[in-house]
Design a binder for this molecule. Structure first.
Ligand code: HEC
Length: 445
């Protein structure tokens, strides 16, 4: 029996949904960024094509001339070097994929929504954002973004994408688009782009083999930057998903990336303690901006200066993003503009007010949110009452309100200057019925 006959349909083999799962299962253990045995990374299409020590991994249309096929086929296949080898059907599937032209469908718009999430308890809220112009407050839930009217806080829409986990959400500068960074942990990362008013997904781009973090828009709205657990910071084009930058000189997870004003340079911060400034078109490291002494957990750029506020495991620090003066002492931390109050257990979230005059931070002590004068660094307000860690902070467009959310699953909106709670709500409907029971019910006549 020819294994090819198993697939009766004439649909071309999908790299993303058929080939990638095979490589992930049997090959990624030894062929991924940071562990590239034989010089080959098998976690993305471009890396597979690029190949390893002995040249390209495949020849499009020619399985018989492709190194990938050479390694996995024959009576004694040399790959996987350890573990269960591919079945004849699996080998045939990969062969057919190459023969059909090795179509890369990783970056095409996917837009396959999962079913509406059902909640039995308030979800952890990893990220919230006010639209800079429109009437929206966006709240990340479990695999979806919930939109609320930013005046009366009534729900207006649910944006359900494919990624089960969301790490960060960010409105475009004109407020019409929403970027969502997340993924399926341990499987793939995803950047989704939504048309906010229409409530529809415009694009979903896959990247890396794990959730991605800290999305940022370029000021002209054509590009998105983000960080990843594979120790890269990346920039993609919004319209095509084309990867413009993959910077790999961090040595640990990258939790955030921010464009500088010119859109030509990027700053990224990592658990490796470094804040790096990168030239996007050449991919070159321009400068390590900070003294690398504290783990960086989050970062945000000043609304109109090339200043970057980082949250470390100790305190918030503000840096100017520029090449250091010649002969500067690396211990001086000469690019640091200000340092803020110490937090016992470090920082989890940061936000600048839209006028850049204040900044808010949360961290440990858990449940406490503090607002500071960004110039004098003096504390202007302390917002209490949260139970557990606050993961996200957002100022309203006029700067008067601060929304907070996190572990507890409650969105709080404060008149922060008065330290007064304006409203609080659980952003989802909590159903007592479990999802299986509901699914069964839906099938009843
Ligand atoms: C246990 C580790 C391990 C696993 C699992 C593994 N490989 Fe490898 N692979 C290696 C090593 C080591 C090399 C370097 C050559 C050698 O020593 O044979 C290599 C080399 C290669 C090369 C040649 C690269 C070049 O240009 O020289 C290809 C292609 C490859 N592997 C494909 C795969 C595929 C496909 C899988 C999954 C089916 C896989 N490998 C699983 C360890 C592994």
């Amino acid at each position: 029996m020819s294994p090819c006959l198993i697939r009766a349909d004439a649909k071309p083999v999908s790299f993303q949904s058929e080939v990638v799962p095979l490589l992930q299962k049997s090959c990624w253990g030894c062929h991924r960024p940071g562990k590239e045995k034989g010089g080959i990374d098998l976690t993305s299409f471009s890396a597979l094509v690029k190949g390893g020590k002995h040249g390209p991994g495949l020849q499009v249309g020619h399985p018989d001339q492709s190194r990938l096929m050479e390694e996995i086929s024959g009576p004694e296949p040399s790959m996987p070097k350890e573990g269960e080898r591919f079945s004849a059907q699996e080998v045939a599937l990969i062969q057919r994929w190459i023969k059909e032209g090795a179509l890369d469908d990783t970056s095409v718009s996917i837009g396959r929504a999962r079913s509406m999430p059902v909640y039995k308890a308030a979800p952890i809220i990893p990220s919230i954002a006010f639209s800079p112009v429109g009437p929206w407050l966006a709240v990340a839930g479990r695999g979806e973004v919930l939109l609320f009217n930013a005046t009366n806080f009534l729900p207006t829409a649910r944006l359900v994408g494919e990624a089960g986990r969301i790490e960060s959400i960010r409105f475009s500068p004109d407020g019409r688009r929403l970027a969502v960074a997340g993924g399926q942990p341990g499987q793939w990362g995803e950047i989704q782009i939504w048309d906010v008013a229409a409530g529809s997904q415009l694009h979903a781009y896959r990247s890396t083999f794990d959730s991605v973090y800290g999305a940022d828009w370029s000021s002209d709205q054509t590009r998105i930057a983000f960080g990843a657990s594979d120790r890269t910071s990346r920039v993609i084009e919004v319209e095509t998903g084309h990867e413009v930058l993959k910077f790999d000189q961090h040595t640990d997870w990258v939790f955030g990336a921010a464009f500088l004003r010119d859109g030509q340079r990027l700053v990224s911060g990592s658990r490796d303690k470094s804040l790096k400034m990168i030239d996007i078109s050449s991919g070159k490291l321009l400068e390590t901006i900070n003294r690398e002494s504290e783990t960086i957990r989050c970062l945000v750029r000043h609304p109109f200066e090339d200043w970057v506020l980082i949250g470390t495991d100790v305190r918030p620090r503000l840096y100017k993003a520029e090449v250091k003066k010649e002969h500067s002492d690396p211990n001086d931390d000469s690019n640091q503009l200000r340092e803020f109050e110490h937090f016992d257990g470090g920082i989890n979230a940061l936000a600048f007010s839209p006028d850049g005059k204040c900044m808010a931070s949360s961290g440990s002590p858990a449940g406490e949110v503090r607002v500071y004068d960004a110039v004098s660094t003096s504390r202007k307000a302390t917002l209490r009452g949260h139970r557990g860690v606050v993961f996200s902070l957002a100022f309203s467009p006029d700067g008067s309100q601060l929304a907070t959310a996190g572990f507890e699953g409650i969105v709080r909106v404060f008149d922060w200057a008065g330290e007064r709670l304006v409203t609080n709500f659980v952003p989802v409907e909590i159903s007592a019925v479990d999802s299986m029971a509901q699914a069964r019910k839906a099938h009843e006549p």
